[in-house]
Design a binder for this molecule. Structure first.
Ligand code: GLU
Length: 500
């Protein structure tokens, strides 16, 4: 085994066949944490051999997402004109085809792999027959024992075979760092498996092993969905005479109903979380907790703090439920910790998006945003919630209708009465200065004098000036709006009520 004495070398090996998935981000993070904690090396390798499904756009999405999370790699492919980094370049599998071809030659020469000429129709018929006989699918071995002459005859027709690896028999055992001792009977692997297509491009099991060996990967840390692949990889490491890395299979990430996390039931693309205004501090913190516990009551840790405490052996086996509410809570907590300038910088694009979408009529200045922070900073579960929270400040007019203006326990006449009296009070109080703690006592006194519940009066005012029933504290809201606009909006609400 390698990796016990030298500094660890670990990798994240995404296939650019879809946007950066929460699961891939979590795997990348755990590899990064392990590398940084142990003084090891974190490598990025792009597994792009599925040419049909791979795209540059997905590659960009994945790399941008990893950068955004702050998971920088020490070795990796050339991207956007920047040269590849590291002694094992290239780090893109499609640029490494000669090394798979050389490994394939070695396996063929040792008769550990053989060309298979079975047609898709034959394989399909085998599968159906096995299904009918209630047997698990496996390759029947039709091409395993062809003589050199039989092979030559098939190749003479111009056909090229796919390459199959002989699995042999016996038990494959390994000690997974997270799952402990694992044993799998080779007879359960589905027979000899294909390692390269007829056109020579390698399949995942093969390229991953050749590359992990070439890049001297000491620890393979990946999702539990790969656990059943590991025996195949171990057989290949052995057949090629490579040292075996250690394996650590991270627990599955689950939907709320404990099924495996899926696009259908959960939001899985990291980019979507970014677009909604989750911040990197929170996402990294939350992803780390998907399989690892801080070991203390303290849940909020920065990336550096997690690096310091991280222990691969402490990762648990049980599936980790993705709890969006908890993520939102953590995100809100992290937003509270941002300093004012940082928060304004991060909010600005979200306010701009509101403007582009036509939900607000103008952009607030940085100073205006700054003056709002005491009221909004602890009320934002996400940056994207800014529009819902205070977007009413940046519109010419809020949409109000008579039905919405009338609080539950009131009727239209009381509401008219209440808003008229409140308008007069606000106008007088606000003549000199317009401060939250100057507005509240007279409005409370007004409610009391008229026998209204203060809550009803405040609700009527709130809806009249913001168009919504949930807002930051009312008096702060009025101050943010300013005296003139508060009075204008009250007038307008009264007009709406009058014409109802
Ligand atoms: N390309 C594979 C994936 O994205 C890598 C799996 C592995 O780490 O071996 O799932």
């Amino acid at each position: 085994m390698t990796g016990t004495s030298a500094a660890p070398r670990v990798r994240i090996a995404p296939s650019p066949t879809g946007p950066l998935h929460i699961g891939t981000a979590r795997t990348a993070l755990f590899n990064y944490l392990f590398a940084r904690h142990t003084g090891g090396t974190f490598i990025l390798r792009l597994e792009d051999t599925d040419q049909v499904r791979s795209s540059i756009a997905y590659e960009k999405d994945i790399l941008d997402g990893l950068h955004w999370l702050g998971l920088g790699w020490d070795e990796g492919p050339e991207v956007a004109g920047e040269a590849a980094r590291g002694p094992h370049a290239p780090y893109r599998q499609m640029e490494r085809l000669p090394s798979y071809a050389a490994a394939a030659e070695r396996l063929i020469a040792a008769d550990q792999a053989y060309p298979c000429f079975c047609t898709p129709e034959q394989l399909e018929a085998d599968r159906k027959a096995q299904e009918a006989a209630r047997q698990p699918p496996r390759y029947v071995g039709r091409c395993a024992t062809l003589t050199p002459e039989e092979r030559a005859a098939r190749e003479a027709g111009g056909r090229r075979g796919a390459l199959r690896f002989r699995v042999g028999e016996g038990i494959v055992a390994f000690d997974d760092i997270i799952r402990g001792h694992v044993e799998i009977d080779v007879s359960n692997l589905g027979g000899d498996f294909v390692i390269a297509r007829a056109d020579g491009t390698p399949l995942y099991h093969f390229s991953v092993v050749v590359d992990d060996a070439a890049m001297e990967i000491s620890h393979v840390i990946r999702g539990e969905d790969h656990l059943s692949n590991t025996p195949k990889h171990i057989l290949l490491f052995r057949a090629l005479g490579y040292p075996e890395p250690r394996f650590a299979h991270l627990p599955l990430i689950l939907n709320a109903d404990r099924s495996k996390m899926s696009k259908r039931k959960s939001q899985t693309a990291v980019l979507d979380y970014i677009a909604q205004g989750f911040i990197r501090e929170a996402l990294v913190n939350y992803l780390a907790l998907l399989g690892w516990a801080t070991g203390t009551e303290e849940e909020m840790l920065s990336l550096d703090e997690i690096v310091e405490r991280f222990d691969l052996e402490a990762v648990h086996k049980g599936g980790a439920v993705f709890d969006r509410e908890r993520l939102e809570w953590l995100n809100g907590q992290w937003i509270r910790r941002l300093d004012a300038d940082e928060l304004i910088d991060r909010l600005r694009p979200f306010v701009e998006a509101e403007l582009r979408a036509g939900r607000i009529d103008w952009m607030p200045s940085d100073d205006e945003l700054r003056s709002l922070l005491p009221v909004i900073q602890e009320r934002l579960p996400t940056l994207g919630a800014i529009g819902d929270l205070v977007g009413f400040l940046w519109v010419d007019q809020v949409a109000v209708d008579a039905a919405g203006l009338v609080p539950k326990r009131w009727d239209a006449a009381t509401t008219r009465d209440g808003l008229t009296a409140a308008r007069a009070t606000i106008e007088t109080v606000g003549e000199v200065t317009f401060e939250a703690d100057e507005l509240e006592p007279p409005l409370r006194a007004l409610a009391e004098a008229r026998g209204w519940k203060a809550g009803d009066l405040f609700m009527a005012i709130r809806v009249a000036v913001t168009g919504r029933t949930a807002t930051p504290p009312l008096f702060d809201t009025l101050v943010a709006l300013g005296r003139e606009r508060t009075l204008q909006r009250l007038d307008r609400a009264l007009e709406v009520l009058a014409s109802a």
